[in-house]
Design a protein around this ligand. Structure first.
Ligand SMILES: [Zn+2]
Length: 413
């Protein structure tokens, strides 16, 4: 599978978009790599995105329908934990900058609800009607509740295709969200397929096995958050978007990841949610003039900056030491919580002093490491709710101790 020429695809998207609007309510897609709407420069008056009068979903409830064969796939753990990790996070807090005509805003709360399985009830190629049938069957049978705040994700295994009015999965889209009258209710649902089917078109990165060691699921995480943020801010395709319906919050930052760090298995990531690393795209902030960002804290809420030195250290056995300095940017941050990733479980880690309140520096000591190179991620969260987390990365090289003897021998000469 090849990446499609951007120019060509954008034209097709426009045609599809018009077609969708006229015929089929409308569906909003994640376009493949290189084909998304580019970030738009914000005008000074609108934050670069406009409200069109429709509803939002203030307290979203997420339902997963695992379609096809997911037996033994770690996606079953990685993706529900993504949703739980989003709730209360600085990342999902970006969506709280969107409100409706009554003044209600999206809250920083996402609830992971029921998950069900569907073993190919509509075969291995889903049409748009087949996709609706997958959702409808669950509502009719009571497998899933009919929920006004529900967002129903149909997650298909890598042997399943979706092809409908928006084109074909992997060729015209990586996922989409839409709505339909199902089982007598206006239901918001989304399609996200397993990106093991087309990593070149839809993966967030082709580097490494994915931050959670499951390239397909790690790439789905990116598409899921795109569709989730778009559904809460524009469930009926008449609330928040810029320019036209290809300018929803996710589209404005499509495949735009910002700063990344390298996880212990060599895969890039850009956020830690619920203790797991993910590589998910930035989201459009409806504040401060508008921009793509990974986090938002309300004006005046506590925040801090983090620096680590050195960034790269080489030791010949013994102890590695890094100094971590924290300074408040605004407000009182309380007692900080430290954690590291990228070190093996047998590494011994100590902080001196063990605790920091609001500002100061601590020394991180690491011992017990075998020879090798370690890409370490250092996370610091403050104690406000939701906590604000900042991340720094550093590299530790543990060289063979025998080199010390050689170097000493050379110095003796
Ligand atoms: Zn989109």
């Amino acid at each position: 599978m090849k990446r499609l020429a951007t120019q060509n695809l954008l034209c097709l998207l426009f045609v599809i978009f018009v077609g969708i609007r006229g015929i089929y309510a409308s569906a909003q897609i994640v376009a493949p790599v290189g084909a998304g709407a580019s970030s738009t420069n914000a005008s000074s008056s609108t934050n670069g995105i406009e409200y069109h009068g429709g509803p939002i979903i203030p307290n979203p409830h997420v339902y997963f329908i695992w379609y096809g064969n997911w037996t033994g796939n770690t996606a079953l753990t990685i993706l529900p934990q993504l949703i739980s990790g989003l709730s209360g996070s600085p990342y999902f807090n970006i969506n709280t900058t969107y409100s409706d005509s009554t003044g209600a805003s999206v809250t920083n709360s996402v609830s992971m609800r029921t998950q069900v399985f569907d073993s190919y009830s509509q075969g291995t190629v889903l049409s748009d009607q087949g996709l609706q049938a997958v959702v409808s069957q669950q509502l009719t049978s009571g497998g899933l509740p009919t929920d006004n705040s529900g967002i129903y994700f149909v997650l298909t295994s890598a042997d399943v295709d979706e092809s409908g009015i928006g084109g074909e999965f992997c060729f015209r889209f990586c996922g989409f969200h839409t709505r339909a009258l199902l089982n007598g209710s206006d239901i918001k649902y989304a399609f996200v397929g397993n990106i093991d089917r087309c990593p070149n078109a839809c993966a967030a990165s082709n580097l490494g096995p994915g931050p959670n060691g499951n390239a397909g699921a790690d790439a789905m995480a990116n598409v899921i958050v795109h569709e989730l943020s778009e559904t809460v801010t524009d469930p009926d395709m008449n609330a928040w978007f810029h320019g036209n319906l290809t300018g929803e919050v996710g589209d404005l930052c499509n495949f735009n990841f910002g700063p990344e760090f390298i996880t212990s298995n060599g895969a890039p990531a850009n956020v830690t949610l619920g203790g797991r690393n993910y590589l998910i795209q930035q989201n459009w902030l409806n504040a401060n003039g508008g921009l793509c960002t990974m986090s938002f804290s309300a004006p005046g809420s506590p925040d801090f900056s983090l620096s680590v030195s050195p960034n790269v250290e080489t030791i010949f056995g013994g102890v590695a030491r890094f100094t971590v300095a924290l300074s408040p940017l605004q407000g009182s941050n309380g007692v900080y919580k430290f954690s590291t990733s990228g070190l093996p479980p047998n590494a011994f880690i100590a902080f001196n002093p063990p605790q920091l309140t609001d500002s100061g520096s601590t020394t991180l000591s690491i011992t017990g490491l075998a020879t090798g190179t370690y890409n370490i991620t250092f996370n610091v969260s403050n104690s406000v709710s939701p906590p604000v987390t900042h991340v720094a990365s550093m590299t530790l090289v543990v060289a063979p101790a025998t080199l010390v003897g050689i170097i000493n021998a050379i110095l003796d000469d």
